[in-house]
Design a protein around this ligand. Structure first.
Ligand code: GLV
Ligand code: MN
Ligand code: MN
Length: 423
């Protein structure tokens, strides 16, 4: 079976990007605006330039590389994904989609294709939320779903605000509003992503076309007690924040089970302060990540979680909840789904329709423009871990579908060979 994408170039792009990790040998750790992120940004900008794209960085650090259209006034098709990672994650989550955009641009160049409509390859910031919490920050800013003034409130583990980090990165946070894309200014968004689950591998299929993304929410729970001496404070006189937090935590998995077999709940990050072995914990904060296929299930799960936390403000403990992210279940474009399916068929690729349990920039940008999302297989279904893996040939097949869809949607034509005689 022949394809378009150059597997060696795709591999070079993925491996090139993966040099930029804060944890070499222990997975990919590339937090937004970190030195590794800046180096990855420079790498992406250089590759985009090599592919013939006109590169710009927006006010918050999202990168755009443009193939000009024969009609430059038409709204562009955006194609890409995110450049940041979770701590100790894999090399494909995010970069696979950025590389799909860059490789497509190389193919347009190599095949001398000129699109009628402009195409912009995008590499987005902070999809994972690993630095500032919540997640989907770049796409939410683009889609006008996050007030840029909030950048002063979002803080990383060291207390640095997103606005301060943007300034240290060399951009002006006061300009963040300029990153917002006007409604109607984008024709469509296409994203390629690894599946991050086991289905494609188990079924031996090449790709999935995503019709819907589950709803997701993130909460930050804070339990406040009183610090004290671990040796001299009797058990009855303690207000131990960690004991309170653990009692809450122990109740949470059952809430998801009660809501339905497709609902999931995860506590993945916890901080204990002041954090001394011989100090009674004064404050514990932890994230709660909640996902469900229907909005009714998701809102019920959130309400049940809030109830459990609220009921735990007793015995001298004070419990608070901050809502960091809420994105309802998102249907993607049926029209783009049909085009992706037709192009996969034409390429002779096996495919299926899928619902995504993971969150993606696509679920936000779907609010801005019709959006399509393609998955390629993940070995063993593993993701958000150093073992995350997709064979480069499998990735190349997904890129073929993205490229063919771009070509069709952007109205690309092959230029007449110079000097050809007209009959
Ligand atoms: C992104 O990886 C998410 O689903 O949280
Ligand atoms: Mn991820
Ligand atoms: Mn991702």
């Amino acid at each position: 079976m022949s394809g378009y994408a150059d597997v060696r170039r795709v591999r070079g792009l993925i491996e090139g990007l993966d040099r930029y990790t804060a944890t070499p040998g222990r997975g990919t750790t590339r937090l937004t605006y970190s030195p590794e992120f800046r180096a990855a940004r420079n790498f992406v900008a250089a590759e985009m330039t090599a592919a013939g794209l006109a590169v710009r960085e927006d006010a918050v650090g999202n990168i755009f590389g443009r193939i000009e259209g024969r009609d430059p006034d038409l709204a562009p098709i955006l194609v890409g994904s995110h450049l940041d990672s979770v701590p100790h994650g894999g090399r494909f989550d995010g970069p696979a989609g950025v590389v799909a955009g860059i490789e497509s641009a190389f193919l347009f160049r190599d095949l001398c294709l000129r699109p009628e409509r402009p195409i912009e390859v995008v590499a987005l910031i902070e999809e994972e939320g690993s630095r500032f919490g919540g997640g989907l920050l770049g796409s939410r800013l683009l889609a006008g779903q996050l007030d840029p003034a909030r950048l002063a409130d979002l803080r990383d583990a060291a207390g640095v605000s997103a606005a301060q980090a943007i300034a240290a990165y060399g951009l002006d946070p006061a300009e963040a509003r300029r990153a917002v894309l006007a409604p109607g200014s984008v024709h469509a968004f296409l994203e390629l992503h690894i599946e991050q689950g086991p289905v494609l591998e188990a079924e031996g299929r090449d790709i999935a076309i995503v019709e819907r993304i589950v709803g997701l929410a993130q909460l930050m729970v804070t339990v406040r007690g009183r610090a004290g001496h671990a040796g001299t404070t009797p058990m009855h006189a303690r207000r131990d924040a960690l004991v309170g937090a653990v009692l809450i935590l122990a109740q949470l998995p059952d809430l998801a089970r009660a809501v339905g077999s497709d609902a999931v709940l995860t506590v993945g990050k916890m901080e204990v302060l002041p954090g001394g072995a011989n100090v009674i914990p004064e404050m514990v904060s932890f994230t709660v990540d909640l996902r469900a296929p229907s909005e009714a299930q998701l809102t019920r799960l959130i309400a049940m979680t809030c109830e459990v936390v609220g009921a735990s403000s007793c015995n001298g403990l004070e419990c608070r909840i901050e809502h960091q992210l809420y994105v309802p279940p998102t249907p993607l474009s049926g029209r783009i789904c049909a085009i992706l399916t037709a192009e996969a068929e034409a390429l002779g690729l096996s495919h299926r329709i899928m619902v995504s349990g993971a969150g993606h920039d696509a679920m936000i940008l779907a609010g801005l423009a019709p959006t399509g999302l393609v998955f390629v297989p993940s070995r063993g279904g593993i993701s958000h871990a150093p073992e995350e893996w997709t064979d480069y040939i499998q990735l190349a097949r997904g890129i073929d579908v993205i490229f063919a869809t771009l070509r069709r949607m952007a109205g690309a034509t092959v230029p007449e060979p110079a000097g050809r005689l007209q009959s």
